[in-house]
Ligand binder design. Structure first.
Ligand SMILES: [Zn+2]
Ligand SMILES: [Zn+2]
Length: 357
């Protein structure tokens, strides 16, 4: 029986100088090595820069840098519907005009697609519109970016002064995924769509200049210690590019992962499992309700935990570390964990669902 005991921490969705980021692929690899990540997937806008895809090493540490793409229709005004693409091996931007054609083409190319920042706030103070997903009629995508690290700032900056404040205190930005995205995700799951959640940083390492002051704000290092996607796999990464790329993409496609906001405290070690009569499964998997199912949640340290069934909270625990819920009811079960950080209760862990049939 698979044990899924290998936890692989990856950071998704970032930009280099090939689009609107300020750093290179090598800068990203260095930052990822410093922060102890296992892998990153770079997603520049409408360009697939294949060359830098590789393992990067420093001493005994190594990190796998994979190349994806963030595609949108550049002629659309205002901008809407950005799509994150992993593992397609070539640019998909030629299909940008029609989101369904794009999603289908990505699948045909062997890639995965996730709706980027599906809900956003506009931030007129810095001239930013809400670049949300509007083409909800599409089918066949793999999931959505439930929590976007950079996008969340747009909800917090009614004035330029606020924007400047958060540029210097980025630890105060992240609160939780927007409730609108959580609700939409639950609705899609209720429609029997297997759509899985990922966390993205949307890192740009922006250059800010005010008079004589020059500074990189929201550097890659910051994002890489914040909203990560943690994969649970049957095997560890081997150090071999093709094999490890396959393992990571396969895990993301199957929802064998959770989103961890690692800044308040490391989320490594979180587990959400379902034990049935004769087998046990993890996030992303199906389980038969016959004979009862024990859902178990293990947290790296005590925190406030909610168990949801079909989008509704059915059990909750305050400052618990191991939470158990026994059920015979079919449904789609997922977990949200919150903890105190910098004076507020903030989202810490968001699991992918277990489907009890
Ligand atoms: Zn975007
Ligand atoms: Zn982006």
């Amino acid at each position: 029986m698979p044990t899924y005991s290998n936890e692989i921490i990856i950071n998704l969705h970032m930009h280099t100088t090939y689009s609107d980021g300020s750093g290179s692929h090598a800068d990203i690899a260095q930052a990822a090595l410093r922060k102890g990540l296992d892998a990153v997937i770079v997603t520049d806008h409408n360009v697939h820069v294949a060359g830098p895809e590789s393992y990067y090493k420093e001493g005994k540490k190594r990190v796998l840098l994979l190349v994806g793409e963030e595609v949108h229709n550049q002629a659309r005004d205002p901008q809407k519907s950005h799509l994150l693409i992993f593992g397609a091996d070539k640019s998909m931007s030629a299909y940008a005009k029609d989101p369904q054609l794009l999603i289908d083409a990505v699948r045909q190319a062997g890639g995965l697609s996730f709706l980027a920042h599906p809900f956003e706030h506009a931030a007129p103070s810095i001239g930013e519109t809400a670049i949300d997903w509007v083409d909800w009629q599409v089918q066949g995508y793999n999931g959505l970016e439930l929590w976007n690290g950079f996008g969340e700032i747009k909800s917090l900056i009614p004035t330029k002064i606020h924007a400047l404040f958060y540029a210097f205190f980025p630890n105060l930005i992240a609160h939780a995924p927007y409730q609108e995205v959580l609700d939409k995700w639950d609705d899609l799951l209720q429609e029997d769509r297997r759509v899985f959640a990922i966390g993205g940083s949307d890192a740009h390492a922006l250059k800010l200049s005010i008079g004589p002051l020059h500074r990189i704000v929201f550097p890659y290092d910051f994002h890489f210690s914040a909203i990560n996607t943690h994969i649970l796999a049957n095997e560890p990464l081997s150090g071999e590019l093709v094999r490890d790329r396959h393992l990571i993409l396969d895990s993301l496609a199957n929802g064998h992962s959770f989103i961890g906001y690692d800044l308040p405290a490391p989320t490594r070690g979180f587990r959400f499992t379902a034990q049935g009569k004769d087998r046990s499964v993890i996030m992303g998997d199906d389980m038969d309700s016959d004979g009862g199912v024990t859902l178990q949640i293990k947290l790296p340290e005590p925190a406030d935990c909610r168990l949801l069934r079909n989008g509704k909270i059915i059990d909750s625990w305050t400052r618990h570390q191991v939470c158990t819920h026994i059920t015979t009811e079919p449904g789609i079960y997922r977990v949200e964990v919150y903890r105190k950080y910098l004076g507020k209760s903030r989202g810490w862990i968001f699991s992918n669902p277990i489907f009890i049939r």
